[in-house]
Design a binder for this molecule. Structure first.
Ligand SMILES: [Zn+2]
Ligand SMILES: [Zn+2]
Length: 143
């Protein structure tokens, strides 16, 4: 089965500029004009062989809508505290000052802070299981 390569398949409808690769091939003194697999890039329409990345010898970025996100929120931030699912505990590890602290939302207890790399690592590794084992459970809110 041969792929149709008619004018209709090329998308050359009247009144609209055809999607053709606009890369200028200097040695041949012409535009590329390829229509297969042409996508719009910052400089214009380009065929797979002439994308900005291809011309620089870089791997293609996957097709996606619009521009890459420059500022992407970090995944592991306190922002998750505002998620619908209420966290039951929070472990804070500050490697800059080598300290760690654990807060239990259920009972309101605060464990730590502990200092020193060894203590911090041990604390971080165990407190998530150690505290629930001795957690007294939800405390009645005092009004
Ligand atoms: Zn081209
Ligand atoms: Zn607790």
């Amino acid at each position: 089965m041969s792929a149709p390569n008619t004018a209709a398949a090329r998308g050359t409808s009247p009144g609209r500029p055809a999607r053709q690769c606009s890369h200028w091939i200097g040695p041949e003194a012409r535009h590329c004009g390829a229509i297969d697999g042409v996508r719009q890039y910052i400089p214009g329409y380009r065929c797979p062989a002439h994308t900005p990345n291809a011309l620089q010898g870089k791997p293609e970025t996957p097709p996606g809508p619009g521009w890459p996100k420059l500022a992407r929120p970090a995944v592991d931030t306190p922002a998750r505290a505002s998620s619908p699912r209420q966290p039951t505990s929070a472990l804070f590890v500050d490697m800059d000052n080598v300290r760690a602290r654990y807060e239990c939302v259920v009972c309101g207890a605060v464990e730590g802070p502990v200092y020193g790399e060894e203590d911090v690592l041990a604390f971080a590794a165990t407190i998530r299981t150690a505290h629930p084992a001795r957690c007294p459970g939800p405390q009645e809110p005092r009004s």
